[in-house]
Design a protein around this ligand. Structure first.
Ligand code: SF4
Length: 154
């Protein structure tokens, strides 16, 4: 059965973006944070700056969207957030490409790739790793590159 939850549900996530992701102090983030270290503003699963992120110097957090990778990784196990973010980003990009004026055969190829990316509902850490290191992400990138050249020659 295909996976169907492709948008973030923070209520079902263990605040993984606030733990797993690194960032550097600058215009978008108020301090340096290493990957895998809980943010200093995280209390339990809640951000103490929530609702005021941009004004407090954390606009990068306000703009970030895990695309549903967080709640999926929370279910699956530690170390799977980055892999699911990759997979969900591939899915989102393929779905967004559906708005382009593509010929029917290319649309069919796009839908086939979406089905392949969405194929497994219950990914294990091992099958996720196989996805990330396997040929499908490269196929998605090649397909999207092909679209760019197809549309630029019209
Ligand atoms: S500032 Fe808030 S949203 Fe940003 S990483 Fe820290 S806890 Fe998460």
């Amino acid at each position: 059965m295909a996976w169907t939850q492709w948008s973030a549900d923070c209520t079902a996530c263990a605040a993984l973006c606030c733990i797993e992701l690194p960032f550097d102090a600058g215009p978008d983030f108020g301090h340096d944070k290493a990957a895998g270290v809980p943010c200093r503003h995280l209390q339990g699963r809640a951000c103490l700056l929530h609702g005021d992120l941009a004004a407090r110097g954390y606009g990068g957090c306000a703009r970030y969207d895990c695309l549903g990778a967080g709640q999926r990784a929370t279910q699956t196990g530690p170390g799977t957030f980055a892999g699911f973010r990759r997979l969900h980003d591939d899915h989102l990009t393929l779905v967004a490409a559906g708005a382009l004026p593509l010929p029917p055969d290319i649309q069919a190829a796009r839908l086939a790739l979406i089905a392949q990316v969405a194929a497994e509902t219950d990914k294990t850490p091992e099958s996720l790793e196989a996805y990330v290191t396997g040929p499908l992400p490269a196929q998605v990138r090649d397909f999207l590159r092909g679209l760019r050249s197809l549309l630029s020659h019209r």
